[in-house]
Design a protein around this ligand. Sequence first.
Ligand code: ATP
Length: 672
Amino acid sequence: MAEPKENPLMEKIVSLCKRRGFIFQSSEIYGGINGFWDYGPLGAELKRNVKELWWHAMTRQRDDVAGLEATIIMSPQIWKASGHVDTFSDPMCDCLLTKKRFRADQIEPQSGIVYSWGGAVKLGKVEEKIHKANDNPPDNQIETIRANANRVFVRLQRDVEQNENQNSKTIAIEVLRLIRADKSAASEESFSVLVAPGKPPESARKIASQFYAQRGVEVTHLQLEQIEKVENSTRFNPENGALLTEPRPFNLMFKTYVGPVESEEGIAYLRPETAQAIFAQFKNVLETSRQRVPFGIAQVGKAFRNEVTPRNFTFRSREFEQMELEFFIKPDEVIEAIYGSVASAAETGRADLPVGQDAPQRVPTTPQPNWGWQAWHQYWVEERVRFYEGIGLSRETLGFHHQTPAELAHYARACTDILFKFPFSKKDEQGNVAGDELEGIAARSDFDLSQHQRFSGKPMGVFDEELRAAWGKLPEEKQKELWKRYYDNRKNYLTKTAKPDETPEQIQKQATADADGLTKGQYIPHVIEPSAGVDRLILALIANAYSEATKTDDKGKSETTVTIKFHPRVAPIKAGVMPLLKNKPELVKKAQAVRDLLRPWMNVFYDDGGSIGRRYARQDEAGTPFCVTIDFDTLGEKPELLDTVTIRYRDDGRQERLKISELLDFLLSKIR
Ligand code: ATP
């Protein structure tokens, strides 16, 4: 469960997280549980701040997004409709020796020499039998065992025949005869080991011996069948070279039972994403929030995935939190019917720009009624990047991946992943780091609502009076063109998701009904989905903020200190409040009054233990942006400084004097 040794920065981060109470291994006292993490006092505050900021930006700051908090366990029908029951799986393979499990698509390609064996026989046992056989050859057993062991023996026989030494040949023939009589002395399983360049070939033999020993064949004669050079193979365990099983799909959903009986009917799943509840509650939210398309529904909450190989600390966990928005928009045909055309890239100011490039040209744009899916997609990518910038992740720390048509799900029109350059992110050949996914922003067409409509039998479409009115005024040619495009899209969707018993005629009929609905003002909204992981963001924030400085004193002794330079908005503690001395009641009283002044507004930490320098250092490591010190001047030792405090800035150690009466406003202006 420990981080790989070769990443010193990750090791430092993991150790700081434990030492300072950001993140602990779940169930640590019992040896931990792979893929599960607990957030300690500082981590819990950090996480709360991040979720609160997202919620604020997504819902309260906007008129067009409403919130939702749904259950983790939902009707299993939801996961059938969404496709998760059938297709939410990763290709997985196991090491044939250690049984360690790998995600097939994440195995590093390896090159080297592959040694392949066709089986093994247990020589020790055979020798023993030879002794016995001198007096009493067990001929009677031979026939019964022959069938099982044939393959192994044919090879051994061949080896024997090639051996010139007459004496050993005689013994070997005897061995063969006897070994046929005992199937526990042989394994016919084939096995291979990859040996990386520069490694001794004996290492392969050693691994193979272990493999056959596990099958009861301990002191072995290994039957080497083939030696082959391979390049970029993902068929071997990168840790020991042992062959892996063939990849097979592994459903990532955690299963459970609802009710007292563990029966088929009671099967339910822990949600693998928060998004589906939003689709399932789409109609309820639409009706109760008085929203109209375009509008969004936001949700933050737990998600569970039985990841094959949890790794990179919290980056790939089995229990994690997501912050998801489903932003429902009008299909492009509807926009065209109402506004004559869909806003061009030039009008939206950025839809043509590859995301993440030409950043200065990406002026914020106010959504326009004639935006189609591309403009909305670009808009949300940009909004999300701005959110990250606002909590301290600059554009330089981020990367972008535009999914290629081959990577996209069949229903998706585009998907842009926002990446963060984590310490474990890989470098390409030129040394550039693209990063790993923090958030995906997908244009998912009308797939999700359509699926829930089909599976639940409940209508998921909306009626748009503006569309109905506009349709009547369209020239017939335009009506025909839009009808046909909508029809084609629906037919395409219905064909891709058809049940085995659905005929092409039925599909055409349904697509015709859907396109006819358009002419009456009805359509199923499309959706843009920005979907972010809380835990990955927390890890990104910690990695981004981690900084070390080494100071050497006059005696040449050096000390390395850690400062976590969180943006004040996310910092778990906003201010450390400290009386200069703890044994001066007047100082303590004043400091406590300052703490109580700030407390209703922000998380503050009162600290009176140890030298002031030590206390500052402790707060630096916790990522606290400001320390407030109450000293004798605060009490009026210098009358002109009465009721002032020292504010110390974490990042540069700068200090300045501030009136207590101005303190709250000062801090609020920094943390909001
Ligand atoms: P990946 O390709 O890394 O498995 P994904 O594309 O399957 O991720 P989505 O289904 O798009 O992920 O989920 C949206 C977000 O949820 C991701 O961008 C990520 O931040 C977060 N997330 C997904 N899986 C995990 C996980 N196992 N642990 C932590 N966060 C996760």
